[in-house]
Design a binder for this molecule. Structure first.
Ligand SMILES: CC(C)(COP(=O)(O)OP(=O)(O)OC[C@H]1O[C@@H](n2cnc3c(N)ncnc32)[C@H](O)[C@@H]1O)[C@@H](O)C(=O)NCCC(=O)NCCS
Ligand SMILES: Nc1ncnc2c1ncn2[C@@H]1O[C@H](COP(=O)(O)OP(=O)(O)OP(=O)(O)O)[C@@H](O)[C@H]1O
Length: 194
């Protein structure tokens, strides 16, 4: 059973993933896959350098994801160019994961899932919710607020995402409250699986 975990920036997807991992479940991360395919020698590297130029390279020849981020999150066309290269490769890997884990539950965390119509690939999608203020505050630990706002502007609003989701997890309280919901979710999924 392939289960997607999604939610807007700073909602707590990785925290949910970590809880699932601590319970022993296999959890993959589409953001990480998306960056792996950009490593030197991997299939996205040449195409992205050709598209964005050698100015996105660091001294060691690897792609500087910070520079790339500043280009793509300030211009929708650039973001579309990047995703047209990396998304087919990410989807290939998710399909592979789906084929490998046929008789157990496997989770894939994907920040942007409904935005690109990936829901068809999953048996169920879990949406992690937190209020905008909470998300922005939490995400500012990793990115500055301007960057958080820019990235959020490329994400669908929760109202739309709720329509497409199978389960909702509310990360509006403390992590213990989040863990209780994750436990209820896996209990339900395990019952479906048997
Ligand atoms: C530009 C890149 C290299 C920047 O890497 P960086 O380490 O700064 O960010 P990371 O990938 O870890 O994403 C962090 C957060 O940014 C937001 N974000 C990332 N990609 C997107 C996107 N295409 N649309 C909207 N928000 C996005 C999400 O909230 C995500 O959780 C990277 O984000 C990227 O390659 N994005 C395009 C590919 C993609 O869509 N990846 C996400 C697959 S789920
Ligand atoms: N319930 C909570 N209470 C307080 N802090 C939290 C809570 N849930 C998550 N956090 C913290 O908020 C930050 C963002 O959480 P997390 O990384 O899980 O979100 P995310 O959705 O994966 O973020 P991103 O969109 O940047 O990938 C982290 O520092 C995390 O420890």
């Amino acid at each position: 059973m392939l289960v997607g975990i999604t939610g807007n920036i700073g909602s707590g997807k990785s925290t949910v993933s970590n809880i699932l991992k601590s319970l022993g479940y296999p959890v993959f991360n589409a953001d990480i896959i998306g960056k792996k395919v950009l490593l030197k020698g991997r299939r996205g590297y040449k195409a992205v350098v050709k598209e964005f130029g050698t100015e996105i390279l660091k001294e060691d020849g690897e792609i500087d994801t910070k520079k790339l981020a500043s280009m793509v999150f300030s211009d929708k066309k650039s973001l579309d160019k990047l995703t047209s290269i990396t998304h087919p490769l990410i989807l290939e890997e998710i399909s592979f994961i789906k084929r490998i884990y046929t008789d157990s539950i496997v989770f894939v965390e994907a920040a942007v899932l409904f935005e690109y119509g990936w829901q068809e690939l999953f048996d169920f999608v879990v949406l992690v919710f937190a209020y905008k203020g909470q998300r922005f505050l939490r995400a500012s630990r990793r990115f500055d607020l301007k960057e958080v706002i820019r990235r959020e502007s490329f994400q669908l609003p929760y109202g739309k995402k709720l329509e497409y989701s199978d389960f909702l997890i509310c990360n509006t309280e403390n992590v213990l409250h989040l863990k209780e919901q994750v436990l209820n979710l896996v209990h339900y999924l395990e019952e479906l699986e048997t």
